[in-house]
Design a binder for this molecule. Structure first.
Ligand SMILES: [Zn+2]
Length: 284
């Protein structure tokens, strides 16, 4: 049995922002304008290493603004060389790599074991890191985040309404603690393993120019089959930002009462047949 690990539904974007805050990567690969498939798009995949020192002056890595494909390929190759030169054993830089570290800002004291300031990524307490490392959980690595702000509020209390009405402005409007990093350390749980493609998707559906999956939306199915499952305890579901964990990790999360996460079962489909939809749900 496998489970999707995600943030709980808070019923309000204000409450979500109040608990989870927001985050930004200072350096990311920009979007790409692909001349082969005609799409302009940006990938999104966090990598467990920093932007190389020699590339930090390159404005294209700070602005996210899409650039033409030939330029993108050259930039990606230059980044790869620089990452390798800094001693990381990497043979490919993802199209939309987000480099370490993530900078986070919270309007209230971060108390939960899991925090969700950015889409597709979990920030965890030292307790989660220690637990996963002690049990040798595979498919993840932990990178310390930079805590830029912690607001003087209790995340269990009522959230303030921002003057602009925009949930993210809660973070700006609350007054901050003088030394936010004393609320750390906190870690980004970077997922290093990915599932295979869902059935019906073949390599001909992937653009050779930019690796975008151009299959029709009706082919895009959120399923898990035996063939898709990689050899790791945690992985992302290909073509999505879903974080999937196996039963071992699910038990660890539930038994230790780790907070601020939801686990929903992802039944395994076989021979195109849907399994009996056994929905197992735990909220911590
Ligand atoms: Zn393309």
């Amino acid at each position: 049995m496998f489970f999707r690990l995600e943030s709980p539904a808070y019923g309000s974007d204000y409450k979500d922002t109040f608990i989870n805050g927001g985050g930004k990567y200072a350096y990311s690969l920009p979007g790409i304008e692909c001349s082969e498939c005609g799409n302009t798009w940006g990938g999104w995949e966090t990598v467990p290493y920093p932007c190389p020192e020699t590339m930090k002056g390159d404005k294209r890595l700070q602005q996210h603004w899409p650039i033409p494909d030939t330029e993108h390929h050259a930039l990606r190759a230059a980044v790869l060389d620089a990452v390798v030169a800094e001693g990381h054993s990497v043979n490919n830089i993802p199209m939309g790599a987000n480099f370490q570290p993530l900078h986070v800002r919270f309007p209230s004291t971060p108390r939960s074991d899991f925090l969700w300031p950015v889409i597709g990524s979990a920030i965890v307490s030292p307790r989660v890191k220690l637990l996963f490392e002690t049990h040798g959980v595979t498919g993840v690595t932990f990178c310390e985040v930079v805590i830029d702000k912690v607001g003087k509020r209790d995340s269990r209390g009522p959230f303030p309404f921002p003057s602009t009405g925009e949930p993210e402005d809660i973070i700006e409007e609350v007054s901050g603690e003088q030394f936010p990093d004393r609320f750390g350390p906190l870690y980004e749980m970077v997922i290093t393993s990915e599932s295979g493609f869902p059935p019906g998707v073949s390599s001909s559906d992937v653009c050779t120019g930019c690796t975008r999956e151009n299959y029709k939306e009706n082919k895009r199915r959120i399923v898990l089959t035996q063939e898709m499952i990689p050899n790791s305890d945690v992985f992302t579901l290909a073509t999505t930002l879903y974080i999937i964990v196996n039963e071992r990790v699910q038990h660890m999360i539930v038994e230790n009462r780790l907070t601020n996460a939801v686990l929903t079962s992802m039944p395994i489909e076989s021979n195109g047949k849907k399994p009996a939809w056994l929905r197992f749900f735990s909220r911590c």
